[in-house]
Ligand binder design. Structure first.
Ligand code: ANZ
Length: 653
């Protein structure tokens, strides 16, 4: 799939995704990897062949001391029968690995007998085949400038090549390069007609010269590659293509879709089970009846995850993937929650599908996911036997800070890492749910740390959560026998419950779930203190407890529903509206009012909420200091802002 066609759009719209974490946007940006630079054609003395290089630093051309090409660059055809080169190539390709390895691996080169001509100097540059040049990036060839690129510097030292500094942090100041290349921008030095120009200007000048001499052009390249979507796997959507015996490749007609996978599959043999299946792949061409073979590769599962959200908006549509009106009604997704492991591929592919489909279907939005939240992982220490076998934590017994299996074999405790089946550092949810119940497990997970951080699984933590669940139940039992009916002028708990609703609402909206949990711990204590004091009538305290249950039902639904049913006789807590906030209880009770005379602060008066102008004025006039200042003056104006300020304006006298 031609995702690279959308490289620029995918890159530039990242800026508009205000509800996405910066780190995810940065990862996508780096993955797309836009590089602005230029191509330069170097003429060589090998049959006048040209080598095209890509560079982002054409301003360093006067510091070039060699050319390096990838081990399978076409230029290497000239040596394909050279045994020494063959050995080098095998070694280099074996160790090529990832891009980051390329910068840390030892730099190795094979020196060819050929040279390239420097485009601006009467100078010949040796041509190497090198293990740190990627075949499928840029043009698979570079000019090496050791003074300003770390990899080139390591290479130059090893093969005793020239190191010529051509960029300096200060104008006209010659610098020396020893261990570390100077990779920042600066001013050109040792660079003929470029001298003293800034890096930015020097790049422009050199590119203009290359274009003028028809030996180069400016060029933007991307790290992003087109997406190969076929996989040699059983699980995945069949690719609707057949290969006819006469060699023609045919699309399966729509009326024969969907192609379904066979169920009688043998996973015992190596390779793709579809390929090995005795009958599934054999079919006939629907037009000619000729023999044909089905494609046995299936689609990458990322293909399905790139558009499932569109189908969710239109799940009853029978004749096509979705109905555009429904898509435009529901999309974009308001809030997407997923693990950071999907930061790059899944989220980039989904954005690409959305853009590509938008053109076809007139979507009224550009991006599929308006807000993104990436939750952390659940982590646990790992355990290994001395022979290196992973061991489940539940099989480990601790004795005096050492760890053993039941048969007394000692095991070694390793770091805490994201739980994974292969490392066996997992806790079986069924085991703990059967001891503590699902609510306690949820409550612990939510309470432990902010949801975007990793959490450390701990037995103590889950026990703490379990105690809280029990306390909710015990509170209900205390309320059942609560007697007080008399109304008393005590609204502390009522006030706290309103503050709680407000705080929890804000916390949930901001994903500060662990903070919400902490507040709910405190609040249950408040209810219990009030029960001890017996200062609230039964109806009020039950109402508060009911509101509390509605709130916690979003976190721990089972216990909430159970207590709710006991009180109301109904099992409908999930149908309850989120409790409303009574603002009057949120207001502050006391305010400090600043009293000014002609704009100058003269006193501070303690007032109750919304206390009237008259009251504040008479309180002010009772203050000695104010009486002295106002003596012989006439008040001409009063400016009063409730709960804040009273400014008294007077005549000059
Ligand atoms: C000369 C030069 C001088 C370079 C200098 C850098 C510093 P990004 O920004 O990552 O795109 N390069 C080009 N193609 C390559 C390939 N196929 N394999 C390995 N390296 C390659 O990096 C662009 C730079 O990476 C290019 O600019 C080139 O080295 C190198 F002082 O050219 B430069």
């Amino acid at each position: 799939l031609n995702i690279t066609k959308y490289s620029d759009q995918l890159l530039y719209s990242l800026e508009k995704l205000k509800g996405w974490p910066e780190k995810v946007k940065l990862m996508q940006k780096n993955w797309i990897g836009r590089s602005e630079g230029c191509e330069i054609d170097f003429v060589t003395d090998c049959k006048d062949l040209k080598i095209k290089v890509f560079t982002t630093r054409p301003d360093t051309i006067f510091g070039a001391s060699f050319l390096a090409i990838a081990p399978d660059h076409p230029f290497t055809d000239s040596f394909k029968n050279d045994k020494e080169f063959q050995d080098f190539k095998n070694l280099a390709l074996k160790n090529i690995g990832t891009e980051s390895l390329l910068s840390t691996n030892e730099k190795l080169g094979f020196k060819t007998p050929f040279f390239a001509f420097h485009p601006f100097l009467k100078k010949k540059l040796p041509i190497f085949i090198a293990n740190f040049i990627l075949t499928d990036y840029g043009s698979g060839a570079i000019f090496g400038c050791p003074a300003h690129d770390q990899r080139d510097l390591e290479f130059a030292k090893k093969y005793k090549l020239e190191i010529i500094p051509v960029v300096s942090p200060q104008k006209a100041k010659i610098i020396n390069i020893k261990e570390e290349a100077y990779t920042e921008d600066g001013y050109a030095i040792n660079s003929d007609f470029l001298n003293d120009y800034t890096t930015k200007d020097a790049k422009k000048i050199i590119i203009d010269k290359l274009i003028e001499r028809k030996i180069g052009n400016s060029k933007i390249i991307y790290r992003l590659k087109d997406w190969g979507i076929s996989r040699q796997r059983y699980w995945g959507c069949p690719i609707p293509i057949i290969y006819r015996e006469d060699g023609k490749i045919i699309l399966v007609p729509e009326k024969d879709l969907p192609i379904t996978l066979p169920k009688d599959i043998d996973f015992g043999k190596p390779g793709n089970p579809l390929e090995n299946h005795p009958t599934w792949k054999f079919t006939k061409c629907p037009e000619t009846g000729m023999k044909a073979i089905r494609e046995t590769d299936t689609l990458d599962t990322f293909v399905d995850s790139s558009w499932y959200f569109l189908r969710f908006c239109s799940s009853t549509e029978k004749t096509k993937p979705f109905n555009v009106d429904e898509i435009n009604y529901w999309m974009p997704v308001d809030q997407y929650i997923g693990g950071i492991e999907h930061a790059i591929l899944h989220l980039l592919y989904s954005r690409f599908f959305t853009l590509a489909l938008k053109n076809e279907y007139k979507f009224k939005f550009n991006e599929p996911f308006e807000n993104l939240f990436t939750q952390g992982m659940v982590c646990h220490p790992t355990f290994k036997t001395k022979t290196g076998k992973w061991v489940f934590p539940k099989d480990v017994i601790e004795k005096n800070n050492s760890f053993f299996l039941k048969n007394n074999e000692e095991v070694i405790k390793g770091d805490s890492q994201a739980m994974s089946k292969s490392k066996k550092n997992i806790i079986d949810p069924d085991d703990i749910i059967s001891i503590y119940g699902a609510d306690a497990v949820r409550w612990f997970i939510l309470s432990d740390s902010p949801p975007d951080r990793d959490i450390q699984w701990s037995d103590n933590g889950i026990q703490g959560a379990f105690k809280y669940i029990q306390k909710i139940w015990r509170t209900y039992e205390k309320l059942k026998i609560y007697k007080k009916e008399k109304e008393e002028n005590n609204n502390n708990l009522i006030r706290n419950s309103n503050i709680l609703i407000k705080d929890i609402t804000v916390c949930v909206e901001k994903f500060q779930i662990n903070v919400a949990v902490a507040k709910l711990y405190v609040f249950l204590n408040n209810i219990n203190e009030e029960i001890e004091k017996q200062s609230l009538n039964k109806e009020d305290i039950i109402n508060i407890y009911k509101k509390y249950l509605i709130i916690i039902s979003a976190f721990i639904p089972y216990i909430a529903n159970e207590c709710w049913e006991k009180i109301t006789g109904k099992q409908d807590i999930t149908l309850q509206e989120w409790p409303k906030i009574d603002d009057t209880f949120l207001r502050k009770e006391n305010f400090d009012i600043v009293v000014q005379i002609n704009g100058k602060k003269r006193a501070i008066i303690n007032a109750t909420n919304n206390e009237s102008e008259e009251n504040i004025l008479s309180k002010s006039l009772a203050i000695k200091n104010i009486q002295v200042i106002l003596e012989k003056k006439i008040i001409t104006k009063k400016i009063f802002i409730k709960n804040k300020i009273l400014n008294i304006v007077t005549t000059d006298e």
